[in-house]
Design a protein around this ligand. Structure first.
Ligand SMILES: [Zn+2]
Length: 433
């Protein structure tokens, strides 16, 4: 990553930060094209253990005094067993597990994630275990003096990047053809939901995006917020600008009208529709014609499922066909239902209020399901409907008192979107800021 890139350290940015960063960016615009292209998306989602060569300190341990060995957590593997095999007594393991309960319970440790055994010398017993639940954090289970458990945030920088593209067959295709992060599709669709019908994207539609990406040791680790989006189709040109302060966060068009809908389009990010709403579908398991009154989103087991709008949980239970499912009421008209969950999110039970975007459960294949997916069902006045065909009300309008501050933010983001090179021939992307 070039030192010229706008960056902030490990914190959410305020609008002022963004404006400051963008101002810096505008001074550097001429140098963009000399900055080497960033790692591709496939690397972006893979977390590797390599730290910079100069760094002697890894996860808080000086590698001149400690040996760190990297492993991947296996299926049905327990921290207690790992530590016991590495020379720790059952008494110390019990003390550690007890200490960990309220900080980072060892039961939360998942197969497939990375962990490290730390020793004072390569033949000695373990003196700590470091668990890496995600690229932005690590947990140290420390057995050196007293038993101690600590969650540490890794230092990251937030860079502002842009992307543009043109739809050839589908928006999904336009994104994947360019190695763009799948998450950007969701972010764009939600940000422009009121102005663009993404159910009917056309050949030749164009988009431009400006968004944040988090980096650790110059490697991309996750997407941040979408700051602005532009979409052009046969009906016109549309902008969506992120505006947020202490009270709210939302996307608005150039005049400050909300561009989001009251409902998110899909209950799972990074998902694809594996089966559409169809009143005449042939059922793959039951081998007869049974209407499919939902939309199936395929995603890996354990992917978070989010509430598509604010609401109150009315059911969080198990049924033979539905498996584990959640149903919620949003207002007098609409209810939504999420089927085949692997498990519910903590605290999800009838009567609980949830916010739009909140995780309510995780993708699974409980009940009658061929593979991990969410069967998403949308109820309008107690009848099931195809939510992708429904014209939902827009999100709440912006408070008029906010408009002057919003216009400043709009002008800044819009001027940047206008600077992003439009696509003029094949699919071209510029994510090299
Ligand atoms: Zn279904």
């Amino acid at each position: 990553m070039s030192q010229n890139s706008p960056k902030t350290k490990g914190k959410r940015r305020s609008a002022v930060d963004i404006i400051a960063a963008l101002t810096v960016t505008s001074l550097l615009i001429a140098s963009y094209y000399f900055i080497p292209k960033l790692a591709s998306e496939s690397e972006a989602t893979t977390y590797t253990e390599e730290e910079s060569v100069e760094s002697l300190v890894k996860f808080g341990f000086n590698t001149e005094n400690y040996v760190l060995e990297a492993y991947e957590m296996g299926k049905n593997q327990f921290v207690g067993d790992i530590l016991y095999k590495n020379g720790i007594s059952y008494t110390d393991i019990a003390a550690l597990e007890n200490e960990a309960t309220d900080i980072y319970n060892v039961r939360k440790i998942r197969a497939g994630k990375n962990y490290h055994i730390v020793r004072k010398d390569s033949c000695g017993p373990a003196c700590a275990l470091v668990y890496v639940p995600d690229p932005l954090r690590y947990v140290v289970y420390d057995l050196r003096d007293s038993v101690e458990v600590k969650i540490n945030e890794r230092e990251f920088v937030t860079c502002i990047e842009t992307a543009s593209g043109r739809v050839e067959s589908s928006l999904w295709g336009a994104m994947t053809a360019q190695n763009l992060d799948f998450g950007l599709v969701d972010l764009m669709e939600d940000a422009l939901a009121s102005s663009v019908d993404f159910y009917r994207t056309q050949y030749g539609d164009e988009f431009k995006l400006i968004y944040e990406r988090k980096y650790i040791d110059d490697k991309p680790v996750s997407l941040g917020r979408l700051l602005g989006a532009y979409y052009k189709n046969e009906y016109g040109e549309y902008y969506s600008i992120l505006y947020e302060n202490d009270k709210f966060e939302g996307y608005y068009d150039g005049e400050g009208r909300p561009t989001q809908k009251a409902f998110l389009r899909s209950p799972v990010r990074f998902s694809r529709i594996s089966s559409k709403f169809n009143r005449r579908r042939f059922h793959p398991i039951k081998k007869r014609r049974i209407p499919h009154l939902g939309t199936d989103y395929a995603a890996p087991r354990g992917t978070p499922i989010r509430a598509v709008a604010d609401g109150v949980i009315t059911k969080a239970t198990y049924a033979r066909n539905n498996g584990k499912y959640v149903k919620m009421r949003h207002d007098r008209t609409y209810e939504t239902q999420y089927l085949h969950m692997n498990k519910f999110a903590a605290g999800i039970r009838p009567g609980v209020k949830v916010k739009q975007g909140q995780t309510i459960g995780y993708v699974g294949s409980t009940g009658l399901a061929t593979g991990p997916h969410v069967c998403f069902r949308f109820w309008k006045n107690k009848k099931q409907i195809n939510h992708l065909r429904e014209n939902f009300p827009p999100a709440d309008p912006m408070d008029e008192a906010e408009l002057p501050a919003f216009y400043k933010q709009r002008d800044m983001i819009k001027s940047f979107l206008d600077l992003v090179e439009p696509v003029d021939k094949e699919l071209i992307v510029d994510n090299t800021l």
